[in-house]
Design a protein. Structure first.
Length: 149
């Protein structure tokens, strides 16, 4: 069983969620963040815009050719994730370092206890959110319990 005991609530950037889902489909390797989300042991938040982004990206023709999942499977996956998430409203935050990620920045500003898991280099470099924006590897190293690895 995956153990994220004591981990803060997170926002999972689209690039991380989709990367973990694709790896899970193809390699059948443990994807600890996605596994924790699915099992309900990793607390995570979404907003309607983020769920729509997850769906839109997964349904892009180029990505569909890679994951080979029917639209119904994508919808089922999104519904599964949405059912385990806490939905919150975004709060206007400072300008995001990457304008295309303003929604993530606003979501991060909605609550001081949230962390953003991403691989976006511009977001990771921003000093204003230091310590709250982390890579999947850094988050797992800090919070995944040793006996679960």
């Amino acid at each position: 069983m995956i153990d994220w005991h004591g981990a803060p609530a997170v926002i999972v950037d689209t690039n991380v969620l989709i990367g973990q889902w694709m790896t899970d489909l193809v390699a059948r390797e443990p994807m600890h963040i996605l596994d924790g989300m699915r099992a309900g042991v990793l607390r995570f938040v979404v907003c309607d815009v983020l769920l729509a982004e997850y769906r839109e990206v997964l349904l892009r023709p180029k990505l569909k050719c890679r994951h080979l999942q029917a639209d119904e499977a994508v919808e089922s996956f999104i519904a599964e994730i949405a059912g385990k998430a806490t939905r919150i409203e975004t709060q206007p935050g400072p300008r995001a370092p990457d304008p295309g990620d303003q929604m993530l920045w606003d979501l991060l500003c909605a609550r001081d206890d949230l962390h953003l898991i991403t691989v976006d280099k511009l977001l990771l470099k921003d000093r204003r959110m230091r310590g709250r924006v982390v890579t999947p590897e850094a988050f797992a190293a800090a919070w995944l319990q040793p006996d679960a690895r």
